[in-house]
Write a protein that binds this ligand. Sequence first.
Ligand code: GLN
Length: 279
Amino acid sequence: MVIWNLSRIEELIVQKGIAQGREASNIAGWIWEECLGLARMTSHTFDAKFDSKIGAILNRLEAGEPVQYIAGHAWFYGLKFNVTPAVLIPRPETEELVEWIYTEWKNTETEIRILDIGTGSGCIAITLKSLLGKKAKVIGIDISTDALQIAMNNAKHLNQEVEFRLHDFLEEGFRGLGEFDIIVSNPPYVDTKANTSILEKLRFEPSVALFPQGPDVNIFYKKIAAEGMEALKKEGACYVELNEFNAREIKEIFLRSGWKESKVQNDLQGLPRMLKAIK
Ligand code: GLN
């Protein structure tokens, strides 16, 4: 019988070289609360079976697996999303993209039709629906049936009515989807040529969500810029997350495709990470 608490787990994390300092304490918190469902400041006496449970979690972390996959969920904009390796783990910068859209549309009284391209866990689509409420009609599309399954489960347990559809955007574009007030996307945009070490860091997440196939890293933005205006209503807007290295180029892609305005916005870290285009 051993007494376990948060600090004991934190010590092990440091000892095993998984993380240090504040990061170690964050991860310990995740294990204690999110993986084991225990209250933060408590101590518990567990038998040897528990040691192996903790051991297994620590081994997975040592191998570099994100703690959200181990816990099976991630937090996004205050909502709890189920995640598996079939979907990207929701990121804080994407919360900022959602915040931007919400701020600009919260006072709209009429129906708001929203398309989320490459919806993954559904975090953008479902959060926008929960924030904007009844007036929002949201469709999330994805090329991965496994991802759509997760998205549908998330919509169900978060009690949000969102339509999810299997749709190969690069192949089919906006065909058959209808007209929208908001087009939003966090497409695959990681450039493996520019940054090869990133492959190691992201190896547990689905490559289809991270890396554009083929030589053109901006292929999704080009397709959205080329065909999105037709799918967008007159006063509509398109919002995309992007990589700080490509922000300027993507802004130009939209302008060259004839969009009236294309505006890059910085995230809280001061990096250009999102863009809004209007027609
Ligand atoms: N933000 C993710 C990362 O850099 C990438 C997400 C994406 O490709 N859409 O890890």
